[in-house]
Design a protein around this ligand. Sequence first.
Ligand code: PA5
Length: 439
Amino acid sequence: MMHTLEWSRAYAGRLQRDAAAVFAARAPELARRLETECAQGLLPFLTMPYRERLERELPPLLPRVRARRHMLVLGIGGSALGARALQRAFAPGQDGPCHDGPCLWIADNVCAATFESWLAKLPPRETTVVCISKSGGTIETLAQYFLCRDWLRRALGEGWHEHMIVVTDLHKGFLREEAARYGLDSLEVPDNLGGRYSALSAVGLLPAAFLGIDWQALLDGAAAVALPLARDPSCLAGHPAFHLACWANALESRGYSQLIFFCYVPQWATYGPWFAQLWAESLGKEGKGIMPVPATGVTDQHSVNQMFLDGQRDKGCLFVTARGLEQGRHFGQDLPEAWAWLRGKPFGALLEAEGLGTRMALCKSGVPLLHMEMGECTPRAAGSMMLLLEAATVLTGWLMGINPLDQPAVELGKRLANTRLGASGHPREAADLAAYLAV
Ligand code: PA5
């Protein structure tokens, strides 16, 4: 089985009943909406109409990008976090010493010191720069694109074209124009596929494929969760994404304000920030939404877990585990008497035991907990988990009565920053800035 979702047995109380009542009552209404929005092409992360084109256009690029040791991704938010989660989950060696495989660098911040140090280390001839932006107009990404274009051009002359790939909207935006102007290779970010729902398109899958991750297995795993919903919305009531959404809704309606994403698959720890962005940017609206709090087992047992267990009673927990993890080497029979109980056990037994201990401690402390156990920790399972969380996010938003696909508040900050740098076209922001800076 790919995954199971289970309410903590120690907390089979009101919340669970509330959640169950929500899905019994609202499933038909949401199923109708799902049907309509799938038919209108508004939920491409579920219907995956882009898969065929991706499978046609991505493979021809791979020999060239894999012939070079480095890939430098320029992107931010939903255009970066999925790739990073996949890198850490399935190609983690790059962070270790003596790494000699492909290197993925993800420039998702505006840090001149880091950027300069990367450009100083990267050999242009051995590097493919991949610029990822759905809108094709995000200042952080474009700023780095301009600098990289210049860096490549200085080193390679007109050959720079060969070292740049753009991933952007198929028809519009500045990056699309750049691709046409310079004949750059490009892949599409499909219509209506917003950044945080795009990890399983070219946005996350080109970097994943470069690293040798089985990107088609990711898609297969995602399809196994998505397509039943897309093809037969009436199955919604029994779908785990809907159960998760109802549970989250019940949490919020009872005044819980934080949702811990406690990941006990250490190599999947970077799914924490990925999920946090997905959830927060989708659901933090109109004074509503539960704040996602990513945490990693077992590391955070020695950190924020005290607060989870005995701080304010305002937290629910989505607890993620996976079966089939590498167990590692076994402890010898020569362990000192005080540690004899470890003899003969594999190192991996600690993770399982500590996960169980923390889960039970959270339950005993009254933290409402939903346990998501993946049947394996393969790319296929990861694709399935990512899709499940994306679908649950959208359904949670619908239950809350907000639009989970936009991010209007974030847009304001972007307009203000661009105006501050001299961009025209935002007279209201210009006036606000002038007034703010005058105080
Ligand atoms: O999820 C989102 O929509 C955002 O986080 C975007 O991914 C982010 O703002 C970058 O946007 P773009 O891909 O258009 O450059």
